[in-house]
Design a protein around this ligand. Structure first.
Ligand code: ADP
Ligand code: SF4
Length: 692
């Protein structure tokens, strides 16, 4: 190791051979979905090009279906069904190669994990079993015959040859997360066969071995053949030990892309993050001891010194990343050029996962340019230069105002950011104090650090402004020519939300609170009823906080589950489990219809029957209203704008349309990037994919 601090990360930039190809460095963007795939190929291709430009040595595609019997609809992935898909695959390679990265393709057959909704082909599996899709599609996979298995091997070989011919450097065999046939065959849980593909480990691994050997035979002269595999015997008695498994497969592939544990461990949310780095490191050391192939795994993008240690200690050969490469596609370049402090950290909110699960182009809370590289022409690091020298005022330093001020500042405008509170961050500053959400403070801290670097964003804390103060700003200070309102939103106190369009009835003396009132001293609240018609995280996080101190907590929701939308962020099960463990009484399928001092009325969503419940305090988490008083006040004073030198006012973020942090950041970014052509209204769309 070099003692020269400027060389301490050199180890991360060493070239590493993988089979017949060589990566220029140790930064490896592992496969991840992006919700664009075959439907929005131009957006997907440009996104991968930007990753390569950001310095990743290896850039992988998402899962790529090798045959129509692996149609992953409604998920939007890539397809390599046949020659008609080669042009798109070729463009992916070109984009990745343009910046010197290796292009990797994750060929996959989903087997049991797909219902073939679009192609209507029979799903295939190791045994006759219901498909394992999350939405409980009522269809079964057919037990594959030996002929089916031969076909599968031919499909993999044909897709591998296509991938090689269009220029891919790494061609995967995917055996991860029970999402593909080789892994489903490996598992004792799904594989109950009695032929040569079932029973012993050698038999259950036969399909995986054949696929690796045949892919190598087909393309191994020019391409590396990695295996993505899920390892963790803690997943249950169906798993073989790592050593047993590697005894069979350890010498076959050119690289192991290791996923430790289930989906949640590689892409777990901050809220339920466990500090299992030690355990993961121990597993990877065992892998390294069992195979001569290089190893990559996700979950290891921590600080650059820590990355360098992992390489030097031989824990992994590559620093693998999916989400950190979404939050900051330029992470490797920033480390290489000594700008590690400029990395935009992933906050593990899993909004990206939720987009993918919704078949929408992936959005990122921290990186609003993600999926917009082609559609809107947004680059994560480059912004257009200001159109003229001028000062803009931004009111409100929540995620919307801070992102807007940051991008305006980077464009070269002088920015004055007013914040009523002494603290920056708006809702993020408050919510990051809640259990499990501490990492979210990076939304604020990354932007505050950018202000310090820029020098042209003047932050005025403890400055609650009014229309009057903005329009009479002494001209010596440089009058703002444009005012951006980012004053946020407040939670409704009337119960209106998804399941109630009129205010609920409130009797005298009822104690009603919203998340805006918390934290309060919860023992004083007595028996708390939390009514969650928002269905994201806040209702359940508050239930968790209050359950630790209030006399009792009842969580009421009009739907079946706690925080139902968080299935999309992969948090629902853990959320409900945590509330049950904390003794929270969960009442599903009820609308809150009346609140009185000491009691509440609930209505069954099916029968309309009313039941009563005792309570001392009700916390309503239903919907929000914009804090738009300042915008309205300025509008009333429109006649005075020109004397004050103000040309325009734009409302952004929650003050315009309450949403999640991801929406606020996007709104702030859009305004700042497109100013003065657009007034912040997101009613324009530059490019969309046209199908012939
Ligand atoms: P968003 O999510 O849209 O960014 P937030 O609610 O997180 O909205 O942030 C809004 C911020 O605006 C808060 O920090 C709040 O203190 C600030 N704010 C609201 N009204 C004013 C005002 N009149 N002057 C200055 N700051 C304000
Ligand atoms: Fe990370 Fe959230 Fe962005 Fe996903 S959406 S990459 S979890 S910051």
């Amino acid at each position: 190791m070099s003692n020269d601090p400027s060389r301490q990360f050199d180890v991360l930039f060493e070239a590493v051979p993988i089979g017949p190809v060589t990566s220029k460095n140790r930064f490896y963007q592992t496969p991840h979905g992006n919700g664009c795939g075959f439907r929005d190929p131009s957006a997907m291709i440009e996104m991968r090009r930007v990753k390569a430009a950001g310095g990743w040595g290896v850039v992988c595609t998402e899962q790529t279906e090798i045959h129509p019997s692996s149609d992953m609809s409604p998920f939007i992935e890539m397809r390599a069904w046949g020659p008609e898909d080669r042009p798109v695959l070729g463009k992916v390679v070109e984009a990745i190669h343009e910046h010197g990265a290796l292009a990797a393709i994750e060929l996959s057959h989903s087997g049991l994990n797909t219902a073939n909704l679009s192609t209507r082909l029979e799903p295939l599996g190791p045994a006759h079993l219901p498909v394992t899709t999350e939405d409980l599609e009522p269809i079964q996979a057919r037990a594959m015959t030996l002929r089916d298995i031969r076909h599968l091997r031919q499909w993999q070989r044909r897709a591998a040859l296509d991938a090689r011919d269009v220029g891919f450097d790494l061609v995967y065999v995917y055996a991860g997360l029970f999402l593909s046939l080789p892994h489903q065959f490996l598992s004792r849980r799904y594989n109950t066969r009695s032929d040569e593909y079932g029973g012993s480990l050698a038999n259950r691994a036969r399909l995986l071995c054949e696929l690796v050997e045949e892919t190598k035979a087909a393309v191994g002269d020019r391409c590396a053949v990695p295996v993505r595999i899920t390892l963790d015997e803690h997943l249950g008695p169906d798993m073989d030990t790592l050593e047993e498994l590697f005894d069979v497969i350890g010498r076959l592939p050119d690289l192991f892309d290791v996923v430790i544990g289930g989906m949640n461990s590689g892409s777990g949310s901050a809220r339920f993050e466990q500090d299992d780095h030690g355990r993961n490191e121990a597993i990877l050391r065992r892998v390294k001891a069992c195979t001569p192939a290089p190893v990559v795994s996700v979950g290891f993008v921590r600080s650059p010194p820590e990355m360098a240690r992992l390489i030097r200690d031989g824990v992994v050969d590559f620093i693998g990343a999916a989400r950190p490469s979404i939050a900051d596609p330029f992470l490797p370049r920033k480390i290489e050029s000594g700008r590690s402090s400029e990395i935009r950290p992933c906050i593990a909110c899993n909004i990206c996962v939720a987009s993918d699960y919704s078949s929408a182009p992936v959005r990122c809370t921290q990186n609003p340019t993600f999926s917009e590289e082609w559609r809107r022409g947004w680059h994560p690091e480059e912004v257009p230069r200001r159109h003229a020298e001028m000062t803009l005022a931004v009111v409100g330093a929540g995620p919307a105002g801070m992102e807007c001020a940051r991008v305006l500042g980077r464009r070269g405008y002088d920015v004055r950011l007013y914040e009523a509170s002494t603290e920056l961050g708006g809702r993020v500053a408050k919510e990051a104090l809640l259990p499990g959400l501490q990492r979210w403070i990076a939304v604020r801290d990354y932007r505050a650090a950018e202000f310090a670097r820029l020098g042209n964003v003047e932050v005025r804390r403890a400055s609650r402004v009014s229309a009057e103060s903005l329009l009479t700003e002494p001209s010596a200070n440089g009058r703002p020519r444009h005012i951006v309102i980012a004053t946020g939103a407040r939670w409704r106190r009337d119960g209106v939300g998804r399941h109630r369009d009129r205010p609920l009835t409130v009797g005298a003396g009822a104690r009603i609170l919203t998340p805006d009132d918390l934290p309060v001293v919860s023992p004083l609240l007595g028996r708390v009823l939390i009514y969650d018609d928002d269905h994201y995280y806040l209702g359940s996080v508050l239930a968790e906080v209050l359950a630790r101190t209030a006399a009792s907590v009842t969580y009421v929701t009009p739907v079946a589950e706690v925080a139902a939308w968080t299935h999309r962020t992969m948090e629902q099960r853990e959320t409900q489990r945590r509330l049950l463990d904390l003794g929270v009484h969960i009442v599903p399928h009820r609308i809150l219809s009346r609140v009185d001092a000491g009691g509440a009325e609930l209505q069954c969503i099916f029968t309309g029957r009313i039941s009563e419940m005792d309570q001392d305090s009700v916390v309503l988490v239903t919907a929000r209203l914009p804090e738009d008083a300042l915008a309205a006040e300025l509008d009333r004073e429109r006649d005075r704008w020109s004397d004050a030198g103000v040309h325009g006012v734009t409302v952004i973020g929650d003050a315009r349309a309450p949403g999640q942090i991801v929406h606020a950041v996007f709104s702030g970014h859009a305004m700042a990037r497109t100013f003065p052509d657009h007034d912040g209204a997101l009613d324009h769309f530059e490019r969309r994919e046209m199908t012939p």
